[in-house]
Design a protein around this ligand. Structure first.
Ligand code: CP
Length: 304
């Protein structure tokens, strides 16, 4: 595929090559001079119609580390507020010779539209609750870095699965790479529709979910996407589903704790786990930059 919108059409071999190439990018990031000329002369536009810290900053740094020019399109400060359409906006940016887009939008499918309107490679940086493929890639990369492989591993994802694009993308990606995924949350936050995916199981019991897991990922309650009725109270949620030391003890002895961020500490994850020896949350953030370098390189200049 020319785009990374989700993992449809992405073979295990190409996904593995992306992760392998992220190893090379991490070596670049470990050098005193963290810059290579790989994307010199190309322009990447980061178009964020929804807030972000990690994804936007790491994509912009990723592009700059490879010598691309970066234009950061802030939707809130643009002429969209005067009624200009997404299509006309993309046509304007493309007329300025943008070579690739990184798009975050609250609407599912928005990145597909940018791909169609621009005719340029597009990376989906999160579209509503549908997909966030580079987050899943950096999660997979972080687990692989820890265990040397994803084959035969189990990753438990605990929390607000219903509203999570991160859970969907991981449920799509990890089984392609040989891992099993267990999705867990209260029944109201656990969409049955995901149970048909190969290598994915659902449970409302957090202890059952983490038993045998090599990685346990906590998900934030995404109240910005939540209608009334999904959640009784934060305290009741935390009492049962918080990823804390007691829950981590039920996982495999060397299990690691993950969180895509942003965290609501002591709600979906306890601070002692988030800051403790099992946590690989900072590692996820670090790896995000290398994985996004690998994705931009692959879409803009990479060859089979
Ligand atoms: N995990 C993630 O996408 O974080 P941001 O919203 O800060 O980009």
């Amino acid at each position: 595929p020319r785009h990374l919108l989700d993992f449809q059409g992405w073979s295990r071999e190409r996904l593995t090559a992306l992760l392998d190439n992220a190893d090379t990018m991490n070596q670049v990031l470990d050098r005193p001079v963290r810059k290579v000329p790989a994307l010199q002369g190309l322009t990447v536009c980061t178009a964020f119609f929804e807030n972000s810290t990690r994804t936007r900053v790491s994509f912009e740094l990723a592009a700059r580390r490879m010598s691309a020019d970066v234009v950061s399109f802030a939707a809130g400060a643009s002429s969209l507020s005067k009624g200009e359409s997404l299509r006309d906006t993309v046509e304007v940016l493309t007329a300025y010779k943008v070579d690739a887009y990184v798009v975050r939008h609250h609407a599912a499918g928005a990145a597909h539209l940018v791909a169609r309107y621009s005719g340029k490679p597009v990376v989906n940086a999160g579209d509503g609750r549908r997909a966030h493929p580079t987050q899943a890639l950096l999660d997979a990369y972080t687990v692989r870095q820890e265990f040397g492989t994803l084959e035969g591993l189990t990753v438990a994802i605990v929390g607000d699965v219903r509203h999570s694009r991160v859970a969907r993308s991981n449920a799509e990606l990890l089984p392609k790479l040989g891992a099993r995924v267990v999705l867990c949350g209260p029944a109201t936050l656990l969409p049955e529709g995901l149970a048909h995916l190969p290598g994915v199981t659902l449970t409302t019991d957090p202890r059952e979910a983490v038993r045998g897991a090599h990685a346990v990922m906590a998900l934030r309650l995404q109240q910005e996407r939540m209608d009334a009725g999904y959640l009784a109270s934060l305290q009741e949620y935390a009492d049962t589903y918080q990823v804390n030391e007691s829950l981590m003890r039920e996982a495999e002895s060397g299990a690691i704790a993950l969180h895509p961020g942003p965290m609501n500490r002591d709600v979906e994850i306890s601070s002692d786990v988030a800051d403790g020896p099992r946590s690989r949350i900072v590692r996820q953030v670090e790896n995000g930059q290398a994985v996004r370098m690998s994705v931009l390189y692959h879409l803009l200049v990479g060859r089979e």
